[in-house]
Design a protein around this ligand. Structure first.
Ligand code: ADP
Length: 619
């Protein structure tokens, strides 16, 4: 649909353009024809004026010469050589002054007696021109203009064409026209200068006689050719008067094409007294050239207009496209905005949901933490319960000693042995201090730990755990060996040495882990022949590693699989809850560490605690 419309539009534009170009061609051609005609007429008029003025200028010359007394004298005495010669010189002088071809005198029969060209090889003297119409007309006094004879012809002796004006010579004192003429004075004028002047004209110019014979033209091929076919009578007349030296006159139309080129329509202007016609042949090529130029200009103009229209159309299209693009962009922007608003809403809703979930999660976590804390506490208390027997024994021992020392001190005092009594009192003080320390450690262990992180000296924690379990080891006659890389107690008695193994965490929980692992090891060696538990502390820049090795029977496969599961225990009820390892593992993990267990090649189990060492920079 769109394409066919475009084709129609294109055809219309093309058709209009062609019509315009053709009209321009036609109009310009028509105008050119008119212009050329006008220009031609103007040119023709100028040439005609020039030609006629020349012809007229010499009209009176033979008339004046005929009045010279010498002319009549010569005619009266045609054999007077001296007189003739004098007249010859006079005529020559006049000819040179007047700038004519020749001036000569003929007797009443047409025989030339004297001539301006007397000294030339083609002198007229002795020649008879009685056959020339101008002579006959002059002698009759019936030439055109009343008395003069006129003629145009090719010179009989000189072969030079010329215009002849002749006047009769009358006896001196007689009245002109009434007396019988004695002879005739003729003046010959050359028109060759015109021919030369016309050469500069591009268009053919021709001067034809009343029969239509061209005798002067800037196209040399046309000279002595006729405009149309000549009839027999005219041809014969021309032969008789030798007007054109007896040349055979053929029509221009019969010439070869190249020679008759330009022989077309012509403008004509009458000249002189002999029925001559001056003709100008306007160049038809000029018309075509003008038409072609106009067509070219029109084409150019149309081209420029079309180009302009194209540019305007393109601009308009671009503007429209720009507007459409802008609209599309705005539409897209609106859509995007809507989408963003929708997304924002979705996100806000999602965020609210997430916040609600987070809130629930936080609540759950808090619950978990309190539960975990409760559980840890429960496990700890359970452990205390289990340790109760040992602790009771631990406290009972100094208590029994205190009682014994007190009883004995009473006896010593009664005996007056105050020194011994004093020593006993010192023993009592030491024993009670020892009890205080045990109770202090128990208090510390039973206390609820906080979530805050602090620096934990692992060596100190091992010692504290060992202290709480010492009485139990003694009771079971088991050996607890501690191999700590950095001896805790330096000679100066400072608690934490420079090379202490430090980790970040909670010291009570650390102790809880160690007590649990050492207690399990003690339980494992209960039935063994050799009852030995070793706690080895090793540390480097990155990791603090505690290994609890026992001489027990090791970990059976089905125990290894469930070792860290809560409530997994192989111990009879009342002795184990199955929470110890599960809780210990989670405490170690909370300190970014790891708790693992394996059987040793030489028998017994080995529990390994690995915790990242506190960076030296923080220590
Ligand atoms: P509980 O001591 O209350 O049973 P634990 O989680 O501390 O709970 O231990 C789980 C089980 O792992 C114990 O019942 C025991 O069977 C086994 N176990 C723990 N430590 C050792 C060990 N050193 N040697 C052999 N078995 C052990």
């Amino acid at each position: 649909m769109r394409i066919s419309r475009r084709i129609i539009l294109f055809a219309l534009v093309l058709g209009s353009a062609l019509a315009l170009i053709f009209s321009a061609y036609l109009l310009a051609s028509r105008k050119a024809v008119e212009d050329i005609r006008l220009a031609g007429e103007r040119q023709l008029q100028l040439i005609a004026l020039d030609l006629e003025s020349v012809l007229e200028r010499y009209e009176t010359l033979p008339y004046s010469v005929a009045y010279l007394p010498m002319a009549t004298q010569v005619l009266a005495a045609p054999h007077d050589g001296a007189l003739l010669q004098e007249f010859n010189l006079t005529l020559q002088d006049l000819q040179q002054q007047a700038k004519v071809e020749s001036i000569y005198l003929m007797d009443k029969d047409g025989k030339t007696l004297a001539s301006s060209n007397w000294d030339s090889a083609t002198s007229y003297i002795g020649k008879n021109f009685g056959f020339r119409p101008y002579f006959a007309e002059a002698i009759k006094g019936s030439g055109m203009g009343g008395v003069a004879g006129h003629f145009y012809a090719i010179g009989n002796s000189t072969n030079i064409p010329g215009y002849f004006i002749a006047q009769a010579v009358y006896p001196s004192g007689s009245k002109r026209g009434l007396a019988k003429p004695l002879g005739v004075i003729a003046v010959k004028i050359s028109l060759n200068t015109f021919e030369q002047a016309w050469r500069s004209s591009e268009e053919p110019i021709a001067l034809a006689d009343r029969h239509g014979v061209v005798f002067l033209s800037n196209r040399s091929a046309w000279q002595y050719r006729s405009l149309g076919a000549l009839d027999q009578v005219v041809q014969q007349g021309l032969q008789q008067t030798l007007q054109y030296a007896g040349k055979r006159i053929v029509p221009i139309n019969s010439l070869p094409k190249a020679e008759r080129a330009g022989f077309d329509e012509y403008l004509a202007h009458p000249i002189g007294r002999l029925g001559w016609q001056l003709m100008l042949f306007p160049a038809q090529s000029k018309v075509q050239r003008a038409g072609a130029q106009a067509a070219a200009v029109a084409s150019l103009l149309i081209g420029v207009l079309l180009a302009l229209a194209g540019v305007v159309y393109q601009r308009r299209r671009r503007l429209e496209e720009g507007r459409a693009a802008q609209f599309a962009l705005k539409h897209a922007a609106d859509e995007l905005e809507q989408k963003i608003a929708q997304r924002t809403l979705d996100l806000t809703l999602g965020n609210e949901k997430l916040e609600a979930q987070l809130h629930k999660l936080t609540e759950a976590e808090n619950l978990l933490r309190t539960t975990q804390n409760d559980m840890l506490q429960t496990a700890k208390l359970a452990m205390l319960g289990q340790m109760a027997a040992g602790i009771t024994h631990e406290l009972n021992q100094p208590l029994t000693a205190i009682r014994a020392f007190a009883d004995n001190a009473g006896v010593f005092l009664a005996r007056g042995n105050s020194e011994q009594a004093g020593a006993n009192l010192q023993h009592i003080s030491d024993a009670s201090a020892r009890m205080g320390s045990i109770i202090g450690q128990l208090k510390g262990f039973a206390r609820k730990s906080s979530d805050a992180l602090s620096v934990v000296d692992v060596g100190a924690a091992i010692h504290a755990a060992a202290a709480l379990l010492r009485s139990e080891f003694e009771r079971q006659e088991a050996q607890l060996e501690l191999q700590l890389e950095s001896p805790l107690e330096s000679p100066q008695g400072s608690q934490i040495g420079a090379t202490a193994a430090l980790v970040l965490g909670d010291s009570i929980r650390m102790e809880q882990v160690l007590i649990n692992l050492i207690r399990n090891a003690l339980d494992a060696v209960e039935q063994s022949r050799i009852k030995k538990v070793s706690v080895i502390l090793e540390c480097d820049a990155d990791v603090v590693c505690i290994r609890i090795i026992d001489s027990g029977s090791g970990l059976p496969e089905q125990v290894l699989q469930h070792l860290f599961e809560p409530f997994f225990t192989t111990k009879p009820s009342g002795r184990g809850l199955g929470l110890g390892l599960a809780i210990s593992s989670s405490i170690v993990q909370a300190m970014n560490g790891q708790l693992s267990a394996q059987n040793r090649a030489q028998g017994g189990a080995e529990f390994v605690v690995k915790i990242p060492a506190m960076p030296a920079a923080l220590a």
